[in-house]
Design a protein around this ligand. Structure first.
Ligand SMILES: [Zn+2]
Ligand SMILES: [Zn+2]
Length: 153
């Protein structure tokens, strides 16, 4: 899923600014890895980012892509979804949002809800720690997978 051009441009501008401010070297590889995440709403994993970047930079290695993605996360330019580090997915949408996740194919889409932003948490949370923010994950079956389940309908 391509996202609107003006969003991509805003993300690339933020990338340039944060690299400059942090004194990080702005290499072509770093730029292309970030662009790959910034131009999609697909929340790709490292392998998918690698495949996309490799089309433009055949010499890049999966290892470089991994390291660059975690470097981008440390700079606060992208976020990760879910805890398992090996299969992490990356998200360049830093705005407050929630996710719809397809349990069949893993498709992940952003959605927005003022109501969910203000969800009242159960008191039991306090015994676990303190909450910083709430992000809702809706699990379901995406339209494409649903269509495959019921052919002809
Ligand atoms: Zn699906
Ligand atoms: Zn997202």
């Amino acid at each position: 899923m391509k996202i609107p051009r003006q969003h991509i441009e805003k993300r690339m501008a933020r990338f340039n600014e944060i690299c400059r401010k942090s004194g990080a070297k702005l290499t072509h590889q770093r730029l292309e890895v970030f662009r790959e995440v910034a131009q999609t709403g697909d929340h790709p994993d490292a392998e998918t980012v690698f495949k996309g970047v490799r089309n433009r930079m055949p010499t890049i290695s999966l290892d470089t892509v991994y390291r660059t993605l975690w470097w981008l996360k440390d700079l606060g330019l992208i976020k990760t979804l879910g805890p398992p580090r090996e299969r992490a997915r990356f998200d360049a949408n830093l705005g407050r949002h929630h996710h719809f996740v397809c349990t069949q194919c893993g498709l992940t889409r952003d959605f927005y809800s003022e109501k969910f932003n203000k969800l009242k948490l159960p008191e039991s949370i306090q015994s676990m720690g303190y909450a910083e923010m709430t992000q809702v994950e809706v699990k379901g079956v995406c339209r494409q997978c649903a269509a495959k389940e019921k052919p002809g309908e």
